[in-house]
Design a protein around this ligand. Sequence first.
Ligand SMILES: [Zn+2]
Length: 165
Amino acid sequence: MRKYTEDEKFMKEAIRQAKKAEAIGDVPIGCVIVSDGRIIARGYNKRNRNKTVLAHAELLAMSKACRKAGDWRLEDCTMYITLEPCQMCAGAIVQARIPRVVIGSMNPKAGCGGSILNLLQMKEFNHQVEVTRGVLEEECSEMLSAFFRKLRQKKKEKKAEVSEQ
Ligand SMILES: [Zn+2]
């Protein structure tokens, strides 16, 4: 069996977080924040559960990490996320001066870590992030497509039920 790299090991944990989101009916997106080779915060998408866009995996994990660090800066942290961050989270990452972000799969429809925009690496801002893309990409993207496949199937079944009545 192939040995996992350090990045893959932490991405695995982000994937485990994403599965928790799926279990509560939210889109499976997970995040962990690592400092000194240790996970200091975890988060998973709770947008639907909490009924707020502020409950993205990255923001929830960042809140926890900041509480632990006692600082709004996360200057010695690496963030692992199963999906490329949106504009809001990418903005927060830059604001918190996180030096490095590791991304599983890209999000061509909404991603701001290189897809639509690359907010993480704009030289005009006072902070640029080192970005690693495509870590366990297949696993991360398959998890999302499976989720949406199931969702479409459920919708179809519901429609069929309604028309039978
Ligand atoms: Zn986000």
